[in-house]
Design a protein around this ligand. Structure first.
Ligand SMILES: Nc1nc2c(c(=O)[nH]1)N[C@H]1C(S)=C(S)[C@@H](COP(=O)(O)O)O[C@H]1N2
Ligand SMILES: [Mo]
Length: 440
């Protein structure tokens, strides 16, 4: 190597950007489906969800923005608003309070979104935005008792240390006081016996058992007791579900949408041959039974439920059966819960693609291609424009992973414009046309 080449190599090594927190998390999370490397959005392939407790290295990740770098010695949790005595709790103080441990299943409301027809915007999750962990921390009710919650307080608003990219709205959400005071609602500092990994909310997060994942705010820094639910996009627009059944693709008035709360009844096959195995969960309800079909739903057989259970955790199931010679079978699973609910045969379409819960089925009824990270934005009139306007805040995987018609693409670009993307009306049309042409 010449001296000049050596110099250039060393200079290159110095100039290489340091790995981001996302890079570091990705490195630990091998084998997960990468929907987006930054912000970090990872899904677990169902066959890796083969145990009651999901190891944290396999646990799905959903982040709207970048992982915040939190210095544990400087971190504290502020409790304010409608309380008698505002608090500022450093980590050491949380550690000194009585510790609770709860096994809770967490699922992203958008899990299964990619199976809705017509397709809707958002991360195109297949089946694996779900996992179960042993969360340890302090009771939220205990902290609120210390602060002296005033009777006018109806909602607890949570904010985390993550900040929005550009001028997008911050991720701030609230839960009603009844759920906040539930003895199993936690401020968790540990997951499966170790301090929360940074991608799961280090050093502290809310665990709202049985509710969809967005109610479990990560990187918690501030709790505000308030008379009303939180304001802002992530409460008033996102995570809302229609109060009446919709026809696929039907528009719905904002007044007919309510914030999501509990998860619904659902099952996941994690192994389809030898015995059929999987997991079933029902949010705040208990699983009472799981049926398995090995003939595409013509006949159903009771599966055996596993011994491990906890009030807000999934139940493992198993059906002893071995595939014979001949046609590959269609294996299905259908769960029933203590509220008498069972999984419906047709998905309940809704504009944001939440709570998809038809019986699980293998092979999947429809194939979906996850985003290819190596794949660049395709050639076209708007490639440069997209690179300038979109990739400043998020990876192109977030675009490549979507499949939408021109109307929905236009809406997505408009949302980004509302969030501060410097896109003109003319550029909006060019971008929407380009996206709809390639990602439809
Ligand atoms: N501060 C903060 N909390 C958050 C989020 C976020 O983007 N920021 N994502 C939410 C959503 S939508 C889900 S599904 C869960 C995912 O938790 P996990 O990444 O630990 O699996 O975190 C929730 N808490
Ligand atoms: Mo979510």
């Amino acid at each position: 190597m010449t001296r000049r080449a050596l110099f250039l190599t060393l200079a290159g090594a110095v100039a290489r950007p340091a790995p981001t927190l996302e890079d570091q998390a990705l490195y630990r999370k091998k084998g997960l489906v990468v929907h987006s490397p930054r912000p970090l959005d990872l899904e677990t392939p169902p066959e890796l969800l083969d145990s009651w407790i999901t190891p944290h290295k396999r646990f799905f990740v959903r982040s709207h923005f970048y992982i915040p770098a939190v210095e544990p010695g400087r971190w504290s949790l502020e409790v304010g608003g409608l309380v008698e005595k505002p608090l500022k709790l450093p980590l050491v103080q949380l550690a000194r309070m009585p510790q609770l441990e709860r096994v809770v299943t967490m699922e992203c409301a958008g899990n299964g979104r990619s199976f809705f027809e017509p397709r809707v915007a958002g991360i195109q999750w297949r089946k694996g935005a779900v996992g179960t962990a042993r969360w340890r921390g302090v009771s939220l009710a205990g902290v609120l008792r210390q602060a002296g919650l005033r009777p006018e307080a109806r909602h607890l608003i949570f904010d985390g240390a993550d900040t929005a990219t550009a001028t997008a709205p911050d991720f701030i959400r609230s839960i009603p006081v009844e759920k906040a005071l539930h003895p199993d609602t936690l401020i968790a500092t540990h997951m499966n016996g170790v301090p929360l990994p940074m991608e799961h909310g280090f050093p502290a997060r809310v665990i709202t058992p049985g509710w969809e994942g967005a109610a479990s705010i990560k990187w918690l820094t501030k709790i505000t007791a308030a008379p009303e639910e939180a304001d802002g996009f992530f409460m008033k627009t996102a995570y809302r579900y229609p109060t009446r059944p919709l026809k696929p693709g039907e528009a719905v008035d904002a007044k007919d949408l309510l914030p999501l709360t509990s998860l619904t009844v659902k099952s996941l096959i994690t192994r389809s041959s030898g015995p059929v195995e999987g997991a079933a969960w029902a949010g705040e309800a208990d699983i009472t039974g799981v049926e398995v079909s090995t003939d595409g739903g013509r006949s159903w057989n009771q599966a055996q439920l596993g011994p491990d259970k906890a009030p807000f955790a999934w139940r493992r199931f198993r059906y002893g059966w071995k595939q014979g010679a001949g046609e590959p079978p269609i294996v299905m699973a259908r769960a029933t819960d203590s509220q008498g609910r069972t999984q419906p045969d047709t998905p309940a379409w809704n504009p944001s693609g939440y709570l998809h819960n038809i019986p699980d089925r293998l092979p999947a009824g429809r194939s979906y291609r996850p985003p290819q990270l190596a794949e660049a934005l395709p050639e076209g009139e708007a490639r440069q424009l997209a690179a300038e306007k979109c990739l400043a805040c998020h990876d192109h995987a977030l675009i490549v992973g979507q499949r939408m018609d021109p109307v929905r693409w236009t809406r997505e670009v408009e949302k980004m414009m509302r969030w501060g993307a410097p896109v003109s009306e003319k550029e909006k049309e060019i971008l929407a046309r380009y996206f709809a042409e390639h990602f439809r």
